[in-house]
Design a protein around this ligand. Sequence first.
Ligand SMILES: Cc1cc2nc3c(=O)[nH]c(=O)nc-3n(C[C@H](O)[C@H](O)[C@H](O)COP(=O)(O)OP(=O)(O)OC[C@H]3O[C@@H](n4cnc5c(N)ncnc54)[C@H](O)[C@@H]3O)c2cc1C
Ligand SMILES: NC(=O)c1ccc[n+]([C@@H]2O[C@H](COP(=O)([O-])OP(=O)(O)OC[C@H]3O[C@@H](n4cnc5c(N)ncnc54)[C@H](OP(=O)(O)O)[C@@H]3O)[C@@H](O)[C@H]2O)c1
Length: 286
Amino acid sequence: MTETLVPEQHNQQSDPQPVAQAPKAPALPDAQTVTFVKHWTDRLFSFRCTRPASLRFRSGEFVMIGLMGDNGRPLLRAYSIASPSWDEELEFYSIKVQDGPLTSRLQNIQVGDEIILRPKPVGTLVHDAILPGKRLWFFATGTGFAPFASLLRDPQTFEDYDEVIITHTCREVGELTYGADLIESIRTDEMLVELIGEENLAKLRYYPTTTREESAKMGRITDLLRSGEVFSDLGIEPINPDTDRAMVCGNLAFNLEIKELLEGFGLREGANSEPKEYVVEKAFVD
Ligand SMILES: Cc1cc2nc3c(=O)[nH]c(=O)nc-3n(C[C@H](O)[C@H](O)[C@H](O)COP(=O)(O)OP(=O)(O)OC[C@H]3O[C@@H](n4cnc5c(N)ncnc54)[C@H](O)[C@@H]3O)c2cc1C
Ligand SMILES: NC(=O)c1ccc[n+]([C@@H]2O[C@H](COP(=O)([O-])OP(=O)(O)OC[C@H]3O[C@@H](n4cnc5c(N)ncnc54)[C@H](OP(=O)(O)O)[C@@H]3O)[C@@H](O)[C@H]2O)c1
């Protein structure tokens, strides 16, 4: 608590008297307050925090967030904003790396705690970086789902396309839960259904796969694309540069493999400055 000490005989008419202040606890720079925390597995959690009034971002972008380091300097990491641009709060979906400088500590945050958030959003997983098309693919592995959790709650995603397909590949079934719950909420949450539009919900296709634990669909999405199994499972035509657009977010090897596959289908990589048929972003640096 900050205590303000006012001199006893302070007279408003006289010259201003110095007001003695007890030393303040050092406030975090760019501090935001945590409003919600949920642990999904022993390696994954999500949390929500207040949103700075000045922060404007495009769904799919990332910011730098973190905590104060032991050396008194901010310890920051890139994080995709998982909430859509219209949301009053911000949501993040995070890994817990047991010896990770940030997440070994960030995983312990609780409601009411403060985090640092630099309000300078950037990124390529935005609608502006791809040309108009008919079918939009989101390809994610692991926490690479986060930017799509934002884009999937943005009405523009459904207004701009006839079909939206999200694929999510994880090692284990439990790692799919954050994404599965989000898809379920888009289909059933009254506010989200109204915002996105009931007629648009039929456009959404969800294709989760696991690689190391038994589930309804096993295998890496890259292999399933190569074999054509994804297209037959969904009952759709293969990827075509005239109609299909894609956004990719996963580990480096995954991103490289998907890029090669998409280029093979005739899609070209775009950027904010030069929109094309697909865009890629790393979910983390190896
Ligand atoms: C553009 C961008 C966006 C990102 N968005 C997110 C996000 O939304 N959520 C998130 O959890 N992380 C995200 N990251 C990763 C994040 O920046 C940190 O690396 C992560 O929070 C771990 O921080 P750390 O200091 O604990 O460990 P670090 O020293 O940063 O990482 C240690 C090691 O842990 C592994 N690792 C790091 N992050 C992940 C991850 N997300 N999934 C699996 N393994 C990982 C890597 O092998 C890494 O070398 C993003 C990274 C980039 C470049
Ligand atoms: N997930 C865990 O239970 C776990 C536990 C302890 C430590 N870790 C460590 O944490 C780090 C990240 O693990 P993670 O599971 O979050 O992310 P990850 O290793 O990126 O794996 C996520 C998913 O992506 C798939 N994948 C990996 N490379 C691919 C490629 N080239 N093409 C297509 N799919 C690909 C994986 O399949 P495959 O399974 O076939 O690789 C897995 O299903 C790793 O360094 C790992 O050693 C993970």
